[in-house]
Design a protein around this ligand. Structure first.
Ligand code: COA
Ligand code: AMP
Length: 639
């Protein structure tokens, strides 16, 4: 089928379309309905279906005779080690660890928090939870104890899984003290903590509460997969919203399995037996979907890479992994390649490796900026015909798979630089203006998706149906609000320009400037503040804060910056990359008192900024520009 026909059918006959795809996975009981609405009116996929996600990822392949095929390769330049797992070996480890969790009292529906670095055990832990029907919630290892505590309080896990340390380049980051600290901050306390002791750091254990990973496993009997409902939650993944309280995105079992399996062919054009590598982290949605679940559902080999694009040991790290493990499909964030390009602009290191196995390179997490796209096309393709297509695709934690992509496994489309191409089947994407009318081609507006969302997309937020409605469904009834603005051109190509809310994207990490403002506003000297994401060559965006001091308080710019940087580092984590701030007399506001954050952002990047007609006092903009110059912010940076 060609792309247009497949897309059209998915929109006009969604139940027929997804029924055929649901028939391609092994259910314990096939769903009674394909699409229905629950008591809140929320759409649900595959109600009445029964399945087990870990069984689909592992056991099915063994039953079909592929037990000896490689399922997972752990490649760790950080520790200079590697380990391979076949499907049988991985299934046995998962079943054993699930048995260990069972011994700790973990049952279907219980929550388990996973706060771990990029080791194979993190994947084993996720699959073990899925095997028991327990709901995992992975927290990115770069988040500080406060962030972990917020998630513990919301998810109320029975058990927390961690490791003694993570390794960032050569720096060993001890995780256990962070976990212990988060337990002091959190109001809710998990009953048990399981620690993977790594040779690089030995964690201090709390008797009674803390258990050693390997001891737990050695005493466990393998656990069998537990049958769960298609609509039962598989995981909660917290993501940044507009406030300090992250949104608990819920992923169900049935819709997730069907949509992710479909995406492996439709989006990525991969086949069972291929080697698929997502260079991301299990703490993010890309890691959930494309390091763990989708490649395994599809019978591919997945790679868990504990390293960086650069300095592990050099900017040839990606090429080394591709050539060594014969990667067919590679997926990472543009920021990672910007880091490579900065250190090896002529891609000299690429010449040392044979990357002939690579068929396609996919990028997401942030917009693929045209210079990075052109650089990649230049180094990967020699003639006029692309040898290795470079595909930008747009999606969100909320959806779990691509909303727009070049449909490589259906019918590849001509590329338009800066565009993630067309909506994938299942996504009825529109651009609406403030009045709710469909924008004309070329007109910028809010990107929305007509309900129902396709399978795998969030059915609601964990414990917060009201926030789900308010954040996503209320602005335009009948549509899901993506939070991104963009344009559709006359041929239907989508262009995603950026967020319309307080969410920014720093080196592929989704963060909330609203949360940073809440934290900065807690500083005793601060009367009010604004945090905005400004453009950054390497990280895409970085946050910058402007504060107004309370009357009578005097403080130097340097001292204030030092204290604000320390607050954000302590409360959110180094990963927020909050490094710059300025004290100003007043913030630019509209006459009705709304802070003009977009204008501040533009002042940091553009030579000439048009003064908004609603501003109460235009002179403030000159003051902010002067502070930016003085402090080397944005376009005034000296290095
Ligand atoms: N655990 C603990 N700390 C972490 C961390 C983790 N998992 N990830 C990042 N940090 C820390 C870093 O150590 C650094 O700390 P420092 O300020 O004390 O040095 C800080 O957070 C900032 O990190 P980062 O912005 O990542 O900068 P970097 O120089 O370490 O690396 C890149 C830059 C571009 C190489 C790196 O950000 C990268 O690989 N990005 C791609 C991200 C990605 O794949 N995202 C998934 C979306 S698909
Ligand atoms: P996350 O939930 O962390 O995956 O972040 C989702 C957000 O990242 C989206 O809402 C977009 O703002 C941005 N994003 C992700 N991929 C792309 C892309 N290919 N093009 C433009 N923006 C993207």
């Amino acid at each position: 089928m060609n792309y247009l026909d497949e897309y059209q059918q998915s929109i006009e006959q969604p139940e027929l379309f997804w029924r055929k795809l649901a028939e391609q996975i092994k259910w314990y009981e096939f769903p009674e309905t394909i699409l229905s609405q629950d008591e809140h009116g929320f759409y649900r996929w595959f109600t009445g279906g029964k399945l087990n996600t870990a069984y689909l990822a592992l056991d099915v392949h063994i039953e079909e005779g592929h037990g000896d095929q490689l399922a997972l390769v752990y490649d760790s330049p950080a520790t200079n080690s590697q380990r391979n797992y076949t499907f049988t070996e991985l299934r046995d480890e998962v079943a054993k660890f699930a048995g260990g969790l069972k011994n700790l009292g973990v049952e279907k529906g219980d929550r388990v928090i996973i706060y771990m670095p990029m080791v194979a055990e993190a994947v084993i832990a996720m699959l073990a939870c899925a095997r028991l029907g327990a709901v995992h919630s992975v927290v990115f290892g770069g988040f500080a104890p406060h962030e972990l505590a917020v998630r513990i309080d919301d998810a109320r896990p029975k058990v927390l899984l961690t490791a003694s340390c993570g390794i960032e380049f050569t720096k060993v980051i001890e995780y256990k003290p962070l976990v212990d600290n988060s337990m002091e901050i959190a109001k809710f306390t998990p009953e048990k903590v399981v620690v993977l002791q790594r040779p690089q750091a030995k964690a201090k254990m709390q008797p009674g509460r803390d258990h050693d990973w390997h001891e737990l496993m050695s005493q466990a009997a393998p656990a069998s997969p537990v049958s769960v409902n298609a609509t039962d939650p598989l995981y909660i993944l917290y993501t940044s919203g507009t406030t300090g309280l992250p949104k608990g995105i819920v992923r169900d079992n049935g819709g997730h399995a069907v949509a992710l399996k479909y995406s492996m062919k439709a989006v990525y054009n991969t086949d069972p037996g291929d080697v698929y590598w997502a260079g991301s982290d299990v703490g993010w949605v890309v890691g959930h979907s494309y390091i763990v679940y989708a490649p395994l559902f599809h019978g591919c080999t997945t790679i868990v890479y504990e390293g960086k694009p650069v300095r592990t040991p050099d900017a040839g790290a990606f090429w080394r992994v591709i050539s060594e493990h014969k990667v067919n499909t590679f997926f990472t964030a543009p920021t990672a390649f910007r880091a490579v390009k900065k250190e090896d602009p002529d891609a000299k290191l690429l010449k040392q490796y044979d990357i002939s196995s690579l068929r396609t390179l996919f990028l997401a997490g942030e917009r693929l900026d045209p210079p990075t796209y052109e650089w990649l096309m230049g180094i990967l393709n020699k003639g006029s015909q692309p040898d290795i297509p470079v595909v930008d695709h747009w999606w969100q934690t909320e959806t779990g798979w691509a909303i727009c992509s070049n449909p490589m496994g259906i019918e590849p489309q001509a590329v338009r630089n800066g565009s993630p191409t067309f909506p994938m089947p299942g996504y009825n994407v529109q651009v609406l203006n403030e009045e709710g009318d469909i924008c004309k081609p070329g007109e910028t507006g809010n990107i929305v998706i007509h309900l129902p969302l396709p399978p795998s997309c969030l059915p609601t937020l964990w414990n917060d149906d009201e926030r789900f409605k308010q954040s996503y469904l209320s602005q335009y009834p009948g549509y899901y609000l993506t939070g991104d603005e963009g344009v559709k051109d006359e041929d239907g190509y989508m262009f995603v320009m950026g967020r319309t809310d307080d969410v920014i994207n720093v080196a592929g990490h989704r963060l909330s400037t609203g949360e940073m403002e809440e934290l900065i506003a807690g500083h005793p000297a601060v009367a009010e503040c604004a945090v905005t994401g400004i453009d950054d060559e390497l990280r895409g965006q970085v946050p910058v804060g402007f504060v107004v001091l309370k009357d009578g308080i005097e403080m130097t710019q340097e001292k204030m910056q030092e204290e604000l940087v320390a607050i954000i580092r302590r409360e959110i984590g180094a990963v927020a990359y909050f490094r710059q701030s300025g004290i100003v007399k007043r913030l630019p506001k509209t006459r009705s008192g709304k802070i003009l954050r977009k204008t501040i952002r533009l002042l940091a990047i553009e030579a000439e900024v048009s003064v908004p007609s609603t501003i109460d006092d235009p002179k403030i903009l000159d003051e902010i520009s002067e502070i930016m110059q003085e402090r080397g912010i944005g376009q005034y940076a000296t290095s």
